[in-house]
Every structure is written in structure tokens, then in C-alpha cells.
Write a protein that binds this ligand. Structure first.
Ligand code: AMP
Ligand code: MG
Length: 500
């Protein structure tokens, strides 16, 4: 089947603002068709939220479109060019090597861009085949929706299709295509690209003005230079994002500057992982030999990446001190968000009378204890949420927390101080809120691994189950109790690399 334009007119209002910036930024490329496409998953919730027509996900025609075998009227597939720093080194031009934007459309929630990931080669594919495999596509589909369920800014996933097309990675796998949705997929790397493009000095300003106009409308103009303000805003959004990752034990795995969203969204799901046992130095990416992107490095690396963005914006900011003024608030903002998030996780009152130093000490001491015992991160916080409302140390809910520690004495010392603190604050609402910030269900590696194995056999039911479960990660879902258990022993043997 060939790629044909205009299968049907879906009565959409396409705005394609980024594409209208010109061919310097985005090149027209048609998706490359795949054989025997099939549905793996459809996100009806997102479809409705975006106000998209039902027919987008329930017809053969839709399957054609979302597997790259056809286009609807108005869709204008394009690949964008960006560059970036990978693992700390300048990598030069990268670009959408396997992603194609189908266009931007207007909804009552704002405008969104829609992208196929894995739809074939583009001028930016370099040595790559332009494809993504089913394994990594299931990971991206589920994790982006899991993050949304957790209330963490992220690109979203509208649907997932597969094909019999063989794709060679370490072994032979098959192709899949994730349809991603976000207000914009613009990355730090887009700016780095045009900052390094001496042949077209105006492009950087055009891009920055575009992002300011469409994505930072009404932003606070505090630094007297709009591009310094942009850097400042992105720094603050990034600080908030990374602090949210830390609070749920999320490791991104490949925090290269080309995977950093200008909008502060979690972007490009690869070898990510939600921590099982708490190891602050955990490296989830098997290809990250230096541990550059370890869990406890993420905040620092995000700052390093912001610094690269700052350098890229220098021709527009034109004042070193001003650029540093724009970046500097990142550190304070990150610490404030981190402290707030972990205080919430502990049910500590957020009123101004509380002593932040006392909170911090309690949190730090706990983190050290969790690290030394490699206590399961998600399970600990969830059990603590149930226990915190019980004033009796002998209560079974407290016993369930205690059972997670070998050095009971150390835990007890911390527990005494913690209980004294929460009893003194007399803020039951803060304790009740713990269940709304400490998720019961996270997309642990072994859960997604099981879903992948089933899907590879043609049974996509587990993808569906995880999808439903992770839409409400804070709710008790008794039928899915087993999904909140400790990981099985084999989970620690799972090795996730950049290969996708
Ligand atoms: P990632 O590590 O997925 O963030 O990708 C880094 C860069 O490599 C981006 O420019 C991607 O578009 C490109 N890339 C990754 N995998 C492929 C592939 N299979 N074919 C073409 N380009 C790819
Ligand atoms: Mg990427």
C-alpha cells in the first residue's frame, strides 16, 4: 500500500505554526509505509481530552494513518532539525531521524502537535533506519501515560501500532509506531543547532521569538531581555520537572540536550526506570558506563543542559552576567520544589510556621536510611502513607513499614522523631494527602517487560491493563494488588540500553 494524501477529510483545523516558520526548520517528508499494520493500543481518554473525532482511533483508515501508510487531508508530515550534546559531548546535527510531525491542531485545551515516532527515514536519520521497535514503543506509550497519571509534565501518547516489518537491533525485532502528542516537541537542541549555524544568523532569533510568542505567552518579563526571560522560564520549568521525577523515583536515562523539552516536559522515553530498591546512584541506562545520568545526578545534569541552552541563546542575550542571572534561580527553585515534594510525601505541614530546616533534616536522614537498606522506594512511601495516620507504633500499618528494614533500631530512631513532628503539627489533612502524592502503582521495569513479552506473542492485553492501572496510580485498585508488590528477583537482571 502506498502513502496517499487525503484519505478523508476529518474536518480538523490544522494550524501548523511551526511548519510555517519555513524549510530551514522543518523538511517535508512522507512516512514510509509498513506491511500488515495492527493496533497495539489506543488512548481513548486522550482522544477525548484533545477533542479529536472518535473516528481517529476506530477505523481501518485510522490504522493506516497511525502506521504511516496514509494521511488525512490537512496533515503535513515534516521532520525538524536539531543538534545537541550527547553524554557531555557536542554531537553536531541530529534531528528527527525517525519522528515525523503530522501537524499542529487547535483544541479547547490549547494547540497540540502530533507526531509519528518510527515512521521511516528522514533526511536526519544519519546511519539509522528510521524505525522504532515494538519493545521500546510499548515502553514509551505506557510511561508517557503513566507520567501523565502521576501529574508530571510529559509528552503524551495517543496510540500505538505495530507491523510485521523486521527491524534489526541486538537481535531481530519488529517495527512499531507511537503517535505522540504535545503542545510542542521543541528541544534545547533546536536552539543549539541554530546557534551553531553561522550561515543563517537570523534563524535563532526567529525560533526564539516563535517559542516566546506561542509557548510563553504572558510570561513574566523580569530581566529586561526577552531571551534571558525565556532562559529563566525554561530553567524554572525544568527545576520543577526534575524535582517531580526525583519524588517518584524516576530516572530518565538519557538526559542529552536533544532530549530536553523547552516546555519542561518529560521527553523521549528510552531506558528510563522507576527505582525499585532505593539506590541514589542508580544508573538505569546500561550504555551509561560513567553513570552520567544516574538518579542522583539528574538535577545537576539538567542544569548543565540549561547552561548549554544559555550558551545557544547568547547571541540573543548578549550579556554573560544576564544569562547567568537567568540560569541561577534554577538551583533555588529545584531545592524548593524538592523539599516541598518530599515534605508532602512525608505528610509534613506546608504552613509558614513550619521549620524548613527541621523538615530537611528529617528527609535527609530518611533518604540515607533508605539508601543504606536499599528499601523499595515506592512501596516504602505507600506503606508510610497508610501508617502515618496511626498514632500507635504497634499498629499493623506501622509494622508493615518496619518490616522493610533490617536495622530496626535506626528506623525506630527516625520514626520517633517523625511521629513527634507530625503529632506536633496537628495537620491531618497533610497526612491524608500522602496517599495522593505517594503512588501505589508505578511502571516498574518488570511490569512493562511482561507486557512486552505478551505483546510480542500477539497478546496486547497486558499493555491495556497497565495503561488502565497507571491512569490512576494513587487509587487503591484491589483487583491489581499484585502490581504494587515488590519486584521479583529477575527484575534486577533486566538490562535496558539506548537501543530502541
Ligand atoms: P535518541 O537516543 O532516541 O534520543 O535519539 C538520538 C538521535 O538519534 C535523534 O536524532 C534520533 O532521531 C536519532 N535516532 C535514534 N534512533 C534512530 C533510528 N532508528 N533511525 C534514525 N534515527 C534515529
Ligand atoms: Mg531523542
Amino acid at each position: 500500500m502506498g502513502t496517499s494524501k487525503g484519505i478523508d477529510n476529518q474536518d480538523m483545523t490544522w494550524i501548523n505554526r511551526f511548519a510555517s516558520l519555513g524549510s530551514v526548520f522543518a523538511t517535508e517528508v512522507l512516512p514510509t509505509p509498513v506491511p500488515a499494520p495492527y493496533w497495539v493500543a489506543q488512548n481513548q481518554t486522550l482522544l477525548k481530552a484533545c477533542g479529536l473525532p472518535q473516528s481517529w482511533l476506530n477505523t481501518d483508515e485510522a490504522l493506516s494513518v497511525f502506521s504511516g501508510n496514509g494521511l488525512w487531508e490537512g496533515m503535513a508530515p515534516r521532520a525538524t532539525v536539531y543538534s545537541g550534546h550527547q553524554f557531555g559531548h557536542w554531537a553536531g546535527q541530529l534531528g528527527d531521524g525517525r519522528a515525523l510531525s503530522l501537524g499542529e491542531f487547535e483544541t479547547n485545551q490549547g494547540s497540540f502537535e502530533i507526531q509519528l515516532k518510527g515512521a521511516g527515514k528522514t533526511p536526519f536519520s544519519r546511519m539509522g533506519d528510521g524505525r522504532a521497535v515494538l519493545r521500546s514503543s510499548i515502553r514509551e506509550y505506557l510511561c508517557s501515560e503513566a507520567m501523565a497519571g502521576l501529574g508530571i509534565p510529559t509528552t503524551r501518547a495517543l496510540c500505538l501500532t505495530g507491523s510485521t516489518l523486521p527491524v534489526l537491533r541486538e537481535s531481530l525485532e519488529t517495527a512499531a509506531i507511537v503517535t505522540r502528542v504535545a503542545p510542542s516537541f521543541i528541544r534545547f537542541g533546536h536552539f543549539e543547532h541554530f546557534a551553531n549555524q553561522s550561515s543563517d544568523p537570523g534563524a535563532l532569533k526567529l525560533l526564539a521569538d516563535f517559542v516566546l510568542e506561542h509557548h510563553f505567552e504572558g510570561h513574566e518579563a523580569s530581566l529586561g531581555n526577552p531571551y534571558a526571560d525565556l532562559l529563566h522560564e525554561v530553567s524554572l520549568k525544568t527545576a520543577q520537572l526534575v524535582a517531580q521525577w526525583q519524588a517518584v523515583g524516576f530516572c530518565h536515562g538519557v538526559l542529552n540536550t536533544d532530549n530536553m523539552s523547552m516546555l519542561g516536559l518529560t521527553l523521549d522515553y528510552g531506558p528510563f526506570q522507576f527505582l525499585d530498591g532505593f539506590n541514589p546512584h542508580h544508573i538505569c541506562n546500561h550504555s551509561d558506563h560513567q553513570g552520567r545520568y544516574a538518579y542522583d545526578k539528574q538535577a545537576q545534569i539538567a542544569y548543565w543542559n540549561l547552561f548549554c541552552l544559555g550558551q545557544a541563546l547568547m547571541p540573543l542575550i548578549d550579556d554573560q552576567a544576564l544569562a547567568m542571572n537567568a540560569l541561577e534561580p534554577y538551583k533555588g527553585a529545584y531545592t524548593a520544589h524538592w523539599t516541598h515534594n518530599f515534605s508532602m510525601k512525608l505528610g509534613l505541614s506546608q504552613t509558614h510556621e513550619e521549620d524548613p530546616q527541621a523538615h530537611m533534616a528529617l528527609i535527609q536522614e530518611l533518604m540515607q536510611l533508605l539508601a543504606s537498606e536499599r528499601t523499595d522506594f515506592s512501596l516504602f512511601w505507600r506503606r508510610l502513607s497508610h501508617a502515618a495516620l496511626q498514632s500507635q507504633q504497634a499498629h499493623p500499618a506501622w509494622q508493615a513499614v518496619k518490616d522493610m528494614f533490617i536495622d530496626i533500631g535506626k528506623f525506630q530512631t527516625w520514626q520517633d522523631r517523625y511521629m513527634a513532628q507530625i503529632q506536633a503539627q496537628e495537620d491531618d489533612a497533610a497526612l491524608q494527602r500522602m496517599l495522593a502524592v505517594n503512588p501505589k502503582y508505578v511502571l516498574r521495569n518488570h511490569l512493562v517487560e511482561l507486557a512486552i513479552q505478551k505483546s510480542k506473542q500477539g497478546d496486547h492485553s497486558e499493555v491495556d491493563t497497565l495503561f488502565k492501572l497507571l491512569q490512576s496510580p494513587f487509587d487503591e485498585q484491589p483487583e491489581f494488588e499484585a502490581y504494587a508488590d515488590l519486584p521479583p528477583a529477575w527484575a534486577s537482571d533486566i538490562e535496558i540500553s539506548c537501543s530502541s
